[in-house]
Design a protein around this ligand. Structure first.
Ligand SMILES: Cc1cc2nc3c(=O)[nH]c(=O)nc-3n(C[C@H](O)[C@H](O)[C@H](O)COP(=O)(O)OP(=O)(O)OC[C@H]3O[C@@H](n4cnc5c(N)ncnc54)[C@H](O)[C@@H]3O)c2cc1C
Length: 459
């Protein structure tokens, strides 16, 4: 498993809270360079939160090549060339081609079910490095170490604490409490998420494969419908004859406020009432959405509030946040998990290059991580909000925007936008870089050691 032994330099003990896609990516990378780490996960079993489709783009695919996992990923995903949007009567509103992405990056967008991606990452992390039923309640820094306190009364300590524990991060809440008490937390960081949509997602496993001709194809169809009652519903085929689907309602500001009093984390609760609202609506591939629901095992259905917030404070002392714990995006552009994984890459690159485990070196690492990541994440965050409006928005301005984008946006403009959106493609610092196969520019790779500098300059 290991690709590098960290010579004789002191290496930090890394505590990772959360075995989501971000936490697992970081663990997988640290495993390859023999950095000691352990994952603390509050769940009783390892499974992804929210069972839905995942899109992976050219800004994350190169690392799968670097890690030798690209072929595995190709087996479990389909290329996905365009999205089709329909009205409630299944009259086509238009399509959005993703070919510009392929031209710019050299990669197809890939679509797969979240559990399949989760399983692939999980296979890279030894089981004895993950502890379940470890809900982190509080964290503290003392005696030049960072300590975590779990709900089962156990405590652990290390040199670095990574909060990869999602939108409602316990690590973030504990850190922010301390910083607020010291009067150094920006007030914006204490504000609520803004909730935009309430949705249910699932993965159907239809028995009658003839019913949906899309299942026979080797690429994904992404077909979404919208009606005048702020509802949207979609179906996507992925390998193994599975259909990922989602149904959602855009919330008014008043409705969204009400949701803050509920538990807005993902979970298999209270789905049926909402699914009833959608069951008689036409499925874009024929039949009704109810047929798709009937073909879905109950354990593959979950409810999720789509919300967003970009936190300002990502690190302090020996603690750092990654993924949804510090930037929760709407899923319209399919970038949340990709950005959690990119965070993990930059943190792992920093740890690989770290001189020692002193607080000063760790602070420098986290400052560099923030400097490298914040503005790129902010751009993706804004783009995700815009794409969510185009995909699901029902205000008249959003409908107009969708109409213009689907019908009047010139292809060259879309292509240029893809090139700009995907020029940031960070890679793993200690492995040979994957050369750019697209026509788009690639921003220079940071964090390479001197011996790689020449190679980095040519990629
Ligand atoms: C419908 C939908 C579709 C999406 N589609 C895409 C897509 O196509 N492409 C894409 O890139 N992104 C997509 N996203 C976004 C993506 O799912 C998230 O951004 C990503 O899962 C975040 O990963 P994470 O590791 O930061 O957090 P999470 O996946 O939320 O993982 C956090 C982990 O921490 C654990 N945890 C939480 N609190 C504690 C605690 N106190 N102690 C211990 N453990 C704890 C949780 O149990 C969980 O295992 C989508 C999101 C939704 C809702």
């Amino acid at each position: 498993m290991s690709e590098h032994t960290s010579a004789d330099k002191p290496v930090p003990m890394v505590l990772i809270v959360g075995a989501g896609l971000g936490g697992l990516t970081l663990a997988m990378l640290l495993e390859r360079i023999n950095i000691p780490y352990h994952i603390f996960e509050r769940a009783t079993e390892l499974k992804p939160l929210g069972i839905s489709a995942m899109a992976l783009a050219g800004n994350i695919l190169p690392i799968f090549e670097q890690l030798g996992l690209y072929e595995d990923l190709m087996q479990i995903s389909h290329p996905y060339p365009e999205m089709d949007l329909y009205n409630a009567n299944l009259k086509k509103l238009g399509s959005m081609s993703l070919m510009g992405h392929k031209i710019a990056t050299g990669y197809d967008y890939r679509l797969l079910s979240r559990p399949k991606l989760y399983e692939l990452l999980l296979r890279q992390v030894p089981a004895d490095k993950i502890s379940l039923k470890k809900r982190i309640l509080r964290t503290e820094e003392k005696d030049d170490r960072v300590h975590i306190y779990c709900a089962d009364n156990t405590t652990y300590e290390g040199d670095v604490l990574v909060g990869a524990d999602g939108a409602y991060s316990g690590v973030r809440q504990s850190l922010y409490k301390r910083l607020d008490e010291q009067g150094i937390l920006p007030k914006k960081d204490l504000e609520n998420f803004s909730i935009a949509y309430s949705t249910i997602v699932g993965v159907a496993e239809p028995k009658d494969l003839e019913k949906y001709s899309q299942l026979k194809e080797k690429h994904s169809f992404f077909s979404q419908a919208l009606d005048q009652s702020n509802r949207n519903w979609y179906v996507i085929n992925v390998p193994n004859n599975q259909i990922c689907w989602g149904v959602g309602v855009q919330l008014t500001q008043e409705q969204a406020k009400g949701q803050h009093f509920r538990n807005s984390e993902w979970g298999p609760e209270a789905n049926e009432a909402m699914m009833k609202e959608f069951q008689d609506l036409p499925c874009p591939w024929g039949g009704k959405m109810g047929d798709i629901f009937d073909a879905t095992p109950k354990n593959l259905i979950s409810k999720v509030y789509l919300e967003e917030k970009m936190f300002k404070t990502w690190h302090y002392g020996r603690t750092v946040l990654l993924g949804d714990a510090c930037h929760k995006m709407l899923p319209g552009a399919g970038q949340g998990a990709i950005n959690a994984m990119q965070d993990a890459i930059i943190i792992a690159n920093g740890i690989y290059n770290m001189k020692d485990t002193s607080r000063g070196s760790i602070t420098a690492l986290f400052e560099d991580y923030y400097r490298q990541r914040y503005h790129h994440v902010e751009e993706r965050f804004k783009n995700s909000a815009l794409m969510s409006k185009i995909m699901h928005g029902q205000a008249w301005t959003e409908r107009l925007l969708r109409h213009v984008v689907l019908n009047y946006l010139p292809y060259w403009m879309l292509k240029e936008q893809f090139a700009k959106d995907f020029e940031y493609r960070p890679q793993i610092a200690w492995l040979p870089l994957i050369k750019n196969r697209g026509t788009g520019n690639v921003l220079p790779q940071e964090g390479r050691r001197k011996k790689f500098a020449a190679e980095a300059a040519t990629v």
